[in-house]
Unconditional design. Structure first.
Length: 232
């Protein structure tokens, strides 16, 4: 009997997981809004489909990255579990508040069309930065761990020539853009609250890499900024 191609199975797993996440966002968006003519919600979800397709195209030959993100190996830092326990609910709070503000309650002030366009721009910019980092770094994991099982080495190419953690920078940008895209200023409050957690995770991961990943200290001498170019 011919054995199943492991890389094909990984691709199927990613596809199924992505479709499931997309369906959850669709349901949450329009159940929360209480109507289907919420056009900002359609824009948000269509953009997610777009980035899902682009991710498949960009990472089609990076099955190792896909596997690591789907099912990371052992060694996740304990503080990273705390980060996920706080940041994940906070993101959904931001998402739901933004939709409620834009549809059912309209707490105001109203978000202008140009600000929504700005939100679309920030969301896309952040997603592209994250995708660029995924494509460049073969060790771009969904958790913080030193990947001894994959012989992890320092990545210093692409966006990693500008800042040491471009994925987090992209995450901050698209998080800030999300409430604007959805048509809400009130959603900016939980969005902004996520930034200190991302900054803290950046600091803790950077400290871990300095201590545990060979060559990282030398890399920090070449790329001075952890997260924000010319700032920190």
């Amino acid at each position: 009997m011919k054995e199943a191609d492991p890389s094909k199975n990984i691709g199927i797993q990613l596809y199924m997981k992505s479709v499931l996440i997309f369906l959850v966002f669709i349901l949450v968006t329009f159940l929360t809004a209480g109507r289907l003519d919420y056009w900002q919600g359609w824009v948000f979800n269509i953009l997610n489909i777009f980035f899902l397709v682009v991710t498949f195209l960009v990472l089609h030959d990076r099955k190792d990255v896909i596997k690591e993100r789907l099912k990371p190996g052992a060694g996740m830092k304990r503080w990273d579990r705390v980060y996920y326990a706080v940041s994940t609910p906070l993101f959904f709070v931001m998402f739901i508040i933004s939709i409620l503000d834009a549809t059912r309650f309209v707490w105001g002030p109203l978000v202008s069309f140009m600000m929504i366009i700005l939100g679309v721009f920030l969301y896309c910019l952040g997603q592209f930065i994250v995708l660029w980092a995924k494509r460049t770094n073969r060790f771009f994991s969904s958790v913080v761990r030193i990947q001894h099982d994959r012989n992890q080495v320092v990545c210093s190419e692409g966006p990693y020539r500008l800042v040491r953690h471009p994925g987090y920078l992209g995450g901050i940008i698209f998080t800030i853009g999300t409430p604007l895209l959805l048509g809400s200023y009130w959603g900016m409050l939980p969005a902004v609250l996520t930034i200190p957690f991302i900054v803290a995770r950046t600091y803790l991961e950077d400290t871990t890499l300095k201590k545990e990943l060979q060559g990282y200290m030398r890399y920090t001498e070449q790329v001075k900024y952890r997260l924000f170019p010319f700032i920190w």
